[in-house]
Design a protein around this ligand. Sequence first.
Ligand SMILES: C[S@@+](CC[C@H](N)C(=O)[O-])C[C@H]1O[C@@H](n2cnc3c(N)ncnc32)[C@H](O)[C@@H]1O
Ligand code: SF4
Ligand code: SF4
Length: 355
Amino acid sequence: MAVLKPVVLRSLQRTLRGLGGEKAPVLAGHKLLYRCNLECKMCPFWRREDEELLSVADEIRVMDSLAAAGVSFLGFEGGEPLLRRDVGTILREAHARFHTSLVTNGWLLEHRLREIAPSLDLLFVSLDGIGERHDQLRGIPRSFERAVAGIRASRDEVPTVISHTVTKDNLDHSERVVALAEELGVGMTLQIAYDYRTADPMSPERAALRPVIERLRDLRRDGAPILESPEYFDAILGSWYEGRPWRCKPWLTINVDPSGRIVLPCYVLQEYQGSTPVWEVDVRKLWNEFDWSSYESCNRCALACYLEPSLFRWTDFASVRERVIDGAVHYLRRTARTAPPRATTPLVQIEAAHP
Ligand SMILES: C[S@@+](CC[C@H](N)C(=O)[O-])C[C@H]1O[C@@H](n2cnc3c(N)ncnc32)[C@H](O)[C@@H]1O
Ligand code: SF4
Ligand code: SF4
């Protein structure tokens, strides 16, 4: 019989507070480090020199603060999180408090899998193209081979999803990555590369991107294992091509940098520059005093970890069914070890993951 974690109670409390108009973060993303073993063109993090890591004790302080703020889903990322020797311990602590996810480039996955799999509800492995195309974007030969070997090893241990970043150099590979996900029997999620000031500008041209987004939406509608909802694709098409903005709610996601500092209002606009350590502030108070209004119409990024939760409405039955009821059923089945991984879009699968 599956045992529900304290997160379920927190979710209910948060829902009631939300219905009363109070803002609280639901999802959290935490970079465990900036360092990386790859050198992706579009990525600013491996280039940073301001990394200061937290001890495990301080990582636990971060988690307790996030739990107190009402967070239910914690996604770990980086840099490359599997470079941290203590990642297994950190994940174990996290899994006792939250639904957990981790995003990795997959290079070390086979080697670290046994340590991390029991503490993960979802694992994302990045794949930006097939074969050499992935290696060119990632800057290091054999990255594709290592990532695919990692996915083959992990898919029977933990629900595994390919995380695909669409750039100007791989628009012609997105559909092939969907086919690979199907062949491997895993899910797929996507980001559209955002141009950080300190990385190579790799964002696709809007005109060239449009048919790719439309095609991915159609594949999703036809049953491809893409996690994003059809509404996610419609929101991008509406805001970038048809003058119909979506309303961003960055307050649903809290991001914490490797030193434990909160990145406000979202990590895109702040380029991952945190301000105050999360354990030094009353997050709920901060969340309700901060002026979020100017970010509602931003629409600058299309990152799923912000866009998908922003689309969620408790008054929309389809939303509730797809992301809450299906998600809860999926979670209970999986903890009871009766169901294989499935590519739905429950809130539990929204990776606070991502860059
Ligand atoms: C920053 S990485 C950290 C985790 C791990 N190193 C990896 O690559 O999966 C997390 C995700 O961000 C994506 N990413 C990197 N640069 C990006 C950018 N400029 N815009 C959007 N996503 C980006 C990566 O492709 C990856 O899927
Ligand atoms: S995207 Fe991930 S693998 Fe690539 S350099 Fe950035 S942190 Fe490393
Ligand atoms: S649209 Fe993206 S960049 Fe703009 S506020 Fe929302 S999350 Fe931040």
